[in-house]
Design a protein around this ligand. Structure first.
Ligand code: F6R
Length: 256
């Protein structure tokens, strides 16, 4: 795990956007794993700016979303497919084509079968080259909440009260409007990505970051499974890094 501690969230985003730009420069047909939530938004803004400046294009890339709500209206602005279309596709944002943005089908007649098909589709494309992740305050990645299997594949799951509370800000602050179920890539699906880039910013993430980097691997903090992946980069701002016991060592290692 490479841990980069940056003064601010915007510097995390600059580094993340550069990693994506470097990947697509060397592999124009890269398969990207994309997250929603607030954390990657500044990174997506930088990618759009780089595309507008003619410095990068996802025109030949495919992208797989981490997760989707179950039972959300197809045209709801917070449906993750619609969120990602706005960030990466609409108005030729990054060059990514709508047909190359894959999202789990949360409205399928049989969401369980759709989850399995989604997992297979990722494998058929040769797997994700670079997976972008945020992290929940309870240590979830994707929507893999505490207490799930560390070896799960894409599946239907229940959102915790905490996650629905956290996400209520996207639903007029009303938790009752936040869906109760999701389809999410499983932890083993995420772990099959070739490279992983996790970004965590802000004070609310400090406990999760502490566990992610320095805790024991446990289903209680699902993100800790990433300690078993050989190519993970974690980008944190000072606030999210506040509880790291070995922060000085991580800084030294990052600089050298
Ligand atoms: C989003 C996702 C979630 C978020 C996490 C953090 O696709 O899978 O794991 O990354 O809930 O959300 P933010 O970034 O809004 O704090």
């Amino acid at each position: 795990m490479r841990i980069g501690i940056f003064p601010s969230a915007s510097e995390c985003a600059t580094y993340a956007a550069q990693m994506l730009a470097d990947l697509v420069a060397s592999t124009p047909t890269a398969v990207l794993g994309v997250a929603t939530g607030s954390t990657p938004e500044p990174t997506y803004a930088l990618l759009r700016a780089a595309h507008a400046a003619g410095e990068l294009s996802f025109a030949e890339c495919e992208a797989f979303a981490l997760d989707e709500y179950v039972g959300i209206d197809a045209d709801h602005p917070e449906r993750y497919r619609n969120v990602l279309l706005r960030h990466l596709v609409t108005d030729d944002a990054t060059g990514l084509r709508a047909e190359n943005l894959h999202t789990p089908d949360g409205n399928a007649e049989d969401p369980h079968a759709a989850a399995l098909a989604y997992d297979r589709a990722i494998a058929e494309r040769g797997g994700v080259d670079l997976q972008i992740l945020g992290i929940g305050a309870d240590g979830h990645i994707g929507f893999n909440e505490p207490g799930g299997a560390l070896v799960s594949r894409t599946h239907v799951d229940v959102l915790t009260h905490q996650t629905r509370l956290d996400n209520a800000r996207f639903f007029d602050g009303d938790i009752t409007k936040v869906p109760t179920h999701c389809v999410t890539q499983g932890l083993a699906t995420i772990m099959s990505a070739k490279k992983i880039l996790l970004i965590a910013t802000g004070d609310a993430k400090r406990a999760a970051v502490k566990e992610l980097c320095e805790g024991g691997v446990s289903a209680f903090w699902p993100a800790t499974i990433l300690q078993m992946h050989e190519d993970v980069t974690v980008l944190v701002d000072e606030a999210a890094a506040a509880d790291l016991a070995l922060a000085d060592f991580y800084r030294e290692r990052w600089e050298n």
